[in-house]
Design a protein around this ligand. Structure first.
Ligand SMILES: NC(=O)c1ccc[n+]([C@@H]2O[C@H](COP(=O)([O-])OP(=O)(O)OC[C@H]3O[C@@H](n4cnc5c(N)ncnc54)[C@H](O)[C@@H]3O)[C@@H](O)[C@H]2O)c1
Length: 265
């Protein structure tokens, strides 16, 4: 497939672009930043929230799908979060509809349901329960994916990613870790699954301590192979472990994350 990867210079983006290329896909990169050393393919250093810039990319490239990873992975005031996650997604969907590109794989987040307590199941029917404005924006971006599937028949997959790291770094992450290899497996499965329509996938590895439902991903062909438990002896206990394990969103539930919606903190 010829795939546009947004956020291609980022943490996930660098792993996914290399992984997709290794698996035989043609990758077109897009990021605010210049292309990283070693990237092989067309590169667009543009703002994904700018609909004219995104449209120009689609005019220049024949694409089979989009992997949308561009966005600020941290909490911010609400307007910035909406631009970063909702405006970028909307600009891409507009261009996809205009150019007949039918597959969108989106880096959503566990923080879309971060307010769900540990005692409750987490599956594809879990209702939105954001833990931050970041989470609110991810919920809204997922709503755009749903609308695009219903209105235009696009295949749109919301990957609610846990903790993408080279290795798990905290006790919570022993449950929420997404390994680099599993991230590539997940994205490729979401790109190539036959006619999924709108779908939710939990972006985590096959962690022994995990509790988010892996079945929706497996139905799309995402079979995670890594397990954070193999690195458990390298993870030191921390003072916030109990609090971070009480909700899906872990540290994003901490009072220190509270801030006004409409002003910079
Ligand atoms: N890393 C995780 O554990 C994790 C977990 C859940 C969800 N996510 C989501 O995955 C995506 C990628 O996360 P990451 O950890 O790689 O973050 P990152 O900050 O490493 O990379 C994001 C990239 O997107 C680019 N970018 C940001 N806004 C842009 C814009 N408007 N136009 C073009 N490029 C833009 C940045 O320059 C950066 O290179 C984000 O949407 C994030 O919310 C990440």
């Amino acid at each position: 497939m010829r795939v546009l990867v947004t956020g291609a210079a980022g943490s996930l983006g660098r792993t996914v672009t290399v992984g997709l290329a290794d698996r035989g896909h043609d990758v077109v990169g897009l990021d605010l930043l210049p292309e990283p050393e070693g990237f092989d393919g067309p590169w667009y250093a543009v703002d994904c929230a700018d609909p004219d810039a995104v449209e120009a990319v689609f005019q220049a490239e024949r694409l089979d799908g989009v992997v949308h990873l561009a966005g600020d992975p941290d909490e911010s005031a609400l307007p910035a979060a909406l631009v970063s996650h909702v405006h970028t997604t909307a600009a891409l969907i507009d261009a996809m509809v205009a150019h007949g590109v039918r597959r969108l794989v989106y880096a959503s987040s566990n923080h879309a349901v971060g307010g769900v307590p540990r005692s409750e199941p987490v599956d594809e029917t879990t209702l939105p329960r954001p833990d931050t404005y970041y989470g609110v924006a991810k919920v809204a971006a997922e709503a755009l994916l749903r609308l695009a599937a219903d209105r235009h028949g696009l295949d749109t997959i919301a990957c609610r990613i846990g903790s993408f790291r080279a290795q798990p770094e905290s006790v919570r992450q022993l449950a929420t870790w997404l390994s680099p290899d599993d991230a590539v497996r997940m994205v490729e499965a979401a790109l190539t699954a036959p006619a999924p329509g709108f779908a939710v996938v939990y972006g985590v590895s096959a962690n022994t301590r995990g509790w988010w439902d892996l079945e929706p991903g497996r139905r799309l062909g995402y079979e995670p192979l890594d397990d954070a438990e193999e690195a458990a002896d390298q993870v030191a206990p921390g003072p916030d472990d109990a609090a971070e394990s009480a909700y899906v969103g872990g540290p994003f539930l901490a009072p220190s994350m509270h801030r006004p919606a409409m002003r910079d903190a």
